[in-house]
Design a protein around this ligand. Structure first.
Ligand code: PLP
Length: 402
């Protein structure tokens, strides 16, 4: 009889967002006409910007003509996009990353999930608790629940930032600005992690999907702003939250040439080569039209529109922060991130708060415990809804007697 990968049976079956959807559906069917405001799921609401739309139209026309039609493209991404990324996201910021070190993809979810393909099974892997669930679930899919998986607890005492582990760790996932807590690391804090990784021959998997939301100068947008990080870190970037590509799908991963590892028999191997091999074998590239759209994000108009889009959501984040602070609630995030992480008032647990916020304010958010046990008693609100709906939600919360 054939066998399955039984690690899948170890996964938490009740997926957070489907549980939320079921609860919301039940509420809606018994409260017909209730004006629900969704500050839960991390999807964007603004449409794609004109520069992106124009580039898409042009690329579609190219695909319609015999002379300019494109079939399979390079698995690593087209040179026109990789060059722009290297120049504008890195070299103009004083970071020496070349186009060859960039792998264009269809989403950071895929890449943060797939990166485990090039890593060994015996690594001690650390993830934060709470966490973006993809890191945890893809680890379990590959290895199963294991004592080699270490959860680094993030809580109010440590400001929802993990502490450097005292025990052996080979691989760590870091995500800043953070989903779900909205917290950020200063360059000084990030340097400690880079120094630790270099000293311990560890690998940092750095998810910078929200880098565009970084406002403060002393926060890093890229881990490569830290000296020597190219020897110990892979960075993931996405166009989902800065340019609204959640439905279009485009991202990239940086695997520096300087990132080397020794095999068990002492041979030095480049992770860049392994990821290149992995992508060339299992991935046939991001759509040409989508890569042209991503390229347009780097035009001067595209950059302007991207800043406007991020500014719009950041203003929403400020409305939420200010409203909740006025109410006297304790919160994290929302200053360099589109997420606000609040302590449920009155020591409510995350799901009780979810149920009450839904029933009494008609607002949908995300229970912190859904991101890990250390999220219990916390709640995530997102800044991705419209200005009007966000402002209305804040007014409802301000009037709420809970
Ligand atoms: N990484 C983090 C931390 C995220 O929150 C998300 C999406 O919400 C992603 C990656 C996925 O991004 P993409 O849309 O590029 O797959």
């Amino acid at each position: 009889m054939f066998q399955i990968n039984e690690n899948y049976l170890q996964l938490n079956q009740s997926y957070l967002f489907s549980t939320i959807a079921t609860k919301v559906e039940k509420f809606s069917s018994s409260h017909f006409g209730a004006d629900l405001i969704r500050l839960g799921i991390g999807d964007v609401t603004l449409p794609l910007s004109p520069a992106v739309i124009n580039a898409l139209h042009r690329a579609v026309d190219e695909m319609a003509a015999k002379e300019t039609f494109r079939g399979y493209g390079p698995e690593q991404g087209y040179g026109f996009l990789r060059e722009k990324i290297a120049e504008i996201d890195f070299r103009q910021r004083g970071i020496d990353i070349s186009a060859d070190e960039i792998f264009v993809s269809d989403g950071s979810k895929s890449d943060t999930g797939n990166i485990g393909d090039i890593l060994g099974d015996d690594n001690v892997v650390a993830i934060t608790n709470p966490v973006y669930p993809v890191y945890l679930d893809t680890y379990i899919m590959r290895i199963g629940k294991s004592d080699k998986l270490l959860l680094l607890s993030c809580n109010a005492e440590n400001g929802f930032l993990p502490e450097i582990p005292s025990e052996r760790v080979d691989v760590i996932y870091l995500c800043y600005p953070n989903n779900p807590t909205g917290t950020v690391m200063t360059k000084t804090e990030l340097k400690k992690w880079v120094d630790w990784a270099l000293e311990n021959d560890a690998l940092i998997l750095y998810d910078a999907a929200y880098e565009a939301y970084v406002q403060d100068e002393d926060m890093a947008k890229s881990i490569y702003e830290i000296e020597n990080a190219q020897q110990c870190a892979i960075e993931f970037r996405s166009y989902s939250k800065n340019a609204g590509f959640t439905g279009l799908r485009c991202s990239y991963t940086v695997v520096p040439e300087a990132l080397k590892v020794r095999t068990q028999n002492g041979e030095q191997v480049s992770l860049h080569g392994l990821w290149n091999r992995r992508q060339s074998t299992k991935f046939n590239g991001t759509a040409y039209v989508v890569q042209r759209a991503a390229e347009a994000v780097y035009s001067s108009q595209g950059q302007l529109e991207m800043r406007e889009m991020v500014g719009y959501y950041m203003h929403n984040a400020k409305l939420i922060r200010d409203g909740l602070i006025e109410k006297g609630w304790t919160l994290f995030g929302g200053e360099n991130a589109p997420y606000i992480w609040l302590k449920c008032p009155g020591d409510m647990d995350s799901w009780t708060f979810f149920d009450r916020l839904l029933a009494e304010c008609h607002i949908v958010g995300t229970p912190g415990v859904g991101f890990g046990s250390a999220g219990e008693g916390y709640f995530r609100l997102t800044a991705f809804n419209s200005r009007e709906k966000t402002a209305e939600a804040v007014e409802r919360i301000k009037k709420w007697e809970c």
